[in-house]
Design a protein around this ligand. Structure first.
Ligand SMILES: Nc1ncnc2c1ncn2[C@@H]1O[C@H](COP(=O)(O)OP(=O)(O)OP(=O)(O)O)[C@@H](O)[C@H]1O
Ligand SMILES: [Mg+2]
Length: 224
């Protein structure tokens, strides 16, 4: 029997406010454990693909499944659980600036009702993995952009999500830090988390040979 994909888009079309669709007839599959780049010019719809996957937007038509469940049909608790099973990373980090790195990383664990002891262990583990143990007690606003992004990655990964979506995670960083961010995402991927990185950072795409999905002229094509 063929293995079920973790993510499947079938005939997905999306438009906003009655305008021309930004894309139509999107078909794609991503298997568990894959590391995929999603690229395309500004406005092509990369962030929209992520929002559809999270169930924050609804497609005009088509089906989106995650782990076999139809995302477009999810409501209430099921939808919340679905969102919690995905770690998000943004270009502008979206951290609580006045709180410490540790407080920020703890948020998904608090939402998931994890006990204090387990919480401490999990934060320690992820901080050591991402080599940010030394900044855990610092206020986020005192950290460099790259350090803030590492904290955001720790927050996205601390509750072992099935999937991490990174939306332009290296856009505000220099090449060396971008490389470090990429290495950390790779490390999480090697440990079993499926990763999709939306980017138009050509350096990143060239430096790392991975599957590339390109949004172009309202279509999604595979680039080899
Ligand atoms: N909530 C919304 N309401 C109206 N239009 C929207 C909305 N969200 C996205 N769009 C439009 O859909 C298109 C795709 O936007 P999206 O943010 O997905 O592109 P992107 O590929 O992520 O771009 P960038 O590289 O600049 O981040 C754009 O034309 C945008 O203006
Ligand atoms: Mg975007």
């Amino acid at each position: 029997m063929q293995k079920k994909p973790l993510i499947a888009f079938r005939g997905v079309q999306k438009s906003f406010m009655g305008k021309e669709p930004i894309f139509s007839n999107i078909d794609m599959e991503i298997s568990k454990g894959e590391f995929t780049f999603l690229t395309g010019v500004s406005g092509a719809g990369k962030s929209t693909i992520f929002r559809l996957l999270l169930g924050l937007e609804k497609p005009d038509s088509g089906s989106i499944t995650f782990n076999g469940a139809e995302v477009t049909a999810m409501v209430g608790d099921e939808k919340s659980r679905h969102r919690r099973s995905i770690g998000m990373i943004f270009q502008d980090y979206k951290l609580l600036e006045k709180r410490t790195a540790e407080d920020n990383i703890a948020i998904p664990l608090q939402i998931n009702g994890i006990s204090r002891n387990t919480k401490e262990i999990k934060i320690k583990d992820i901080a050591s993995k991402l080599k940010i143990d030394n900044i855990l007690k610092q206020q986020v606003r005192s950290l460099s952009g790259g350090e803030q992004q590492l904290v955001a990655i720790a927050r996205a990964a601390v509750h072992s999500p099935k999937l991490i979506l990174a939306d332009e995670p290296t856009a505000n960083l220099d090449q060396k830090m971008a490389g470090r961010i990429f290495d950390m995402l790779t490390l999480l991927n090697v440990e079993g988390i499926t990763v999709i990185v939306a980017t138009h950072d050509i350096n990143l795409l060239k430096a790392h040979k991975r599957r590339i999905l390109l949004l172009k002229q309202s279509c999604l094509i595979e680039v080899h």
